[in-house]
Ligand binder design. Structure first.
Ligand SMILES: NC(=O)c1ccc[n+]([C@@H]2O[C@H](COP(=O)([O-])OP(=O)(O)OC[C@H]3O[C@@H](n4cnc5c(N)ncnc54)[C@H](OP(=O)(O)O)[C@@H]3O)[C@@H](O)[C@H]2O)c1
Length: 249
């Protein structure tokens, strides 16, 4: 495997499982050091991270904070800053799903809960991290959107809207941060085999699966590969883009 991210330092949120864990593992294999952001202290995760770090000769530092809590976000940033290392990459991966919900039936409280984590917390965290990146006049930010934020998908109103908002956030960030050498792109996965997609109804999983040319659900590792590409210098002429990774939906 090429060490595509050798000597780079990345911040990745939601590292303990799913797409975030696959990204952490792949980044380490590609030579990248990682601040692995996780919501709650987790000894089992720490052990796994330690093994991955040793096997790949990189460092992985767990950073614990809840994206739903501004004070915790600030404490997480403080911990990252104290390391006094440059930050090359930010992967805004953590997110929450919605267990169904049609337009007319979605209470405002659900919109608020989903937008708080999937949009507002991503913006707040990115503001802090990109301020640190700006010092080096370089960086790559990857935001996790979703095909649900692009296509017509009835029944997941708040989630789809939050993922559409992230596309707009990505484009605005890209246009402003390019002045500091920072590229900002989004990934829009189709349906991926993680705890999040297991919450979908069988019908929704089947429909999404059948609407992809490959007739299957994606693996977290396949999304991680696309994230690594956008994080690396291999995508040096890309910014403000949304890359679909969806098996041809
Ligand atoms: N799976 C799919 O089909 C799919 C499709 C399109 C887009 N995506 C997007 O891809 C990203 C990763 O999804 P996934 O499938 O890997 O989901 P997942 O397995 O459910 O993992 C979500 C991650 O986000 C973390 N998280 C949630 N709320 C948090 C909070 N308040 N503070 C800190 N961390 C929090 C979770 O931590 P805990 O373990 O503590 O909850 C977990 O690590 C999400 O943004 C999702 O919307 C997924």
């Amino acid at each position: 495997m090429t060490r595509l991210l050798e000597n780079k330092n990345a911040v990745i949120t939601g590292c303990n499982r799913g797409i975030g864990f696959a990204t952490l593992k792949l980044f380490a294999e590609k030579g990248c050091n990682v601040w692995a952001c996780v919501r709650c202290e987790n000894k089992e995760f720490e052990k796994k991270a330690e093994t991955i770090a040793k096997e790949n000769n990189v460092w992985i530092k767990p950073v614990y904070f809840d994206l739903g809590n501004s004070e915790e976000i600030k404490a997480g940033i403080k911990q990252i800053r104290e390391n006094k290392e440059k930050i090359d990459i930010l992967v805004n991966n953590a997110g929450i799903e919605q267990q169904g919900g049609f337009f007319q039936m979605t209470p405002m409280a659900v919109f608020e809960k989903i937008f708080k984590i999937n949009v507002f917390a991503q913006i707040e965290f990115s503001q802090y991290i990109t301020k640190l990146m700006m010092r080096n006049k370089a960086g790559s930010v990857i935001n996790l959107s979703s095909c649900a934020g692009i296509d017509m998908t009835g029944g997941y109103m708040a989630y789809s809207a939050s993922k559409a908002a992230i596309i707009s956030v990505t484009k605005t960030m890209a246009s402003e941060l390019i002045n500091y050498g920072i590229r900002v792109n989004a990934i829009a996965p189709g349906i991926v085999e993680t705890q999040m997609s297991r919450g979908l109804t069988d019908e929704a999983r089947e429909n999404t699966k059948n609407s992809s040319l490959m007739n299957r659900i994606g693996e977290p590792e396949e999304i991680a590969e696309a994230i690594a590409f956008l994080a690396s210098d291999a995508s040096s002429y890309m910014t403000g883009q949304v890359l679909r990774v969806d098996g041809g939906m």
